[in-house]
Ligand binder design. Structure first.
Ligand SMILES: *Cc1c(COP(=O)(O)O)cnc(C)c1O
Length: 230
């Protein structure tokens, strides 16, 4: 299937999940995660109508940005080392992996404008996953108040790698609950209207549970590392 065809399939599945949940599909933005694919494949996604691109490493991010420019909306979705912030900060629209104060301070210092950030929460509690523990999220957000270049637009999580859809759903629900408690604080720097959750294997569940940004790699643009036989 071409990227265009896969994009149509994903959009129709998202529409279906939205119908099921009584949501509008306009609320859900699809980020094509291009970390496993070439510049050409990323271009195909843009030509298919994808507006958002995501990368998880600074070198891959800059490589794609240099080739594709500022027409797409750019998302940095991976773990971000503080020393890498200055390389990418002028080119990112959204950072999905804000998970510690030292990183927030570095972003705030290097940014020339307000940066839209997702606070990453380890909602599944898996030891291998990055992000704040759910009970730490609110305190963390209070600590960001004086960092005027940081806007907390939402929360991000990664579901556990499991076939158990109940566990996955619970993880997304937990993120939604945390979002509600943050929204109830009415903090101008943390409107927290967005939820970045859902990947190739679980985006429909994420959409049913309130995702506004899904981050889809393999199912949308493929993985060229595992397509070598073609
Ligand atoms: C790689 C990655 C994705 C996309 O993964 P797929 O399973 O290929 O859709 C989404 N989010 C993050 C943070 C990633 O690193």
């Amino acid at each position: 299937m071409s990227v265009k065809e896969r994009y149509e399939v994903i959009k129709s599945r998202i529409k279906h999940a939205c119908d099921k949940a009584g949501r509008s599909a306009n609320e859900v933005h699809i980020i094509a995660v291009t970390k496993y694919v070439s510049i050409d494949r990323a271009k195909e996604a843009l030509e298919a109508g994808v507006m958002h691109l995501g990368e998880n490493r600074d070198d891959g991010f800059l490589e794609k940005w240099n080739a594709l420019g500022d027409k797409p909306t750019w998302h940095f979705i991976g773990t971000l080392q503080s020393r890498k912030v200055k390389q990418i900060i002028d080119y990112v629209d959204f950072i999905h992996s804000l998970d510690r104060l030292s990183l927030a301070k570095e972003i705030n210092k290097r940014a020339q404008k307000e940066i839209k950030c997702f606070v990453q929460v380890n909602a599944s509690g898996e030891a291998s996953k990055h992000g704040l523990a759910p009970e730490e999220a609110i305190e963390f957000i209070h600590q960001l108040q004086s960092l005027t270049n940081i806007k907390v637009v939402g929360l991000m999580t990664m579901a556990p790698l499991t076939e158990d859809t109940k566990l996955i759903r619970n993880c997304f629900r937990k993120l939604k609950d945390i979002q509600k408690s943050i929204q109830s604080l009415n903090l101008s720097y943390a409107p927290c209207t967005e939820l970045s959750m859902g990947m190739s294997n679980d985006y429909e569940i994420a959409v049913e549970e309130g995702a506004t940004f899904v981050r889809i790699g393999t199912a949308l643009v493929g993985n060229e590392n595992s397509e070598v036989e073609k």
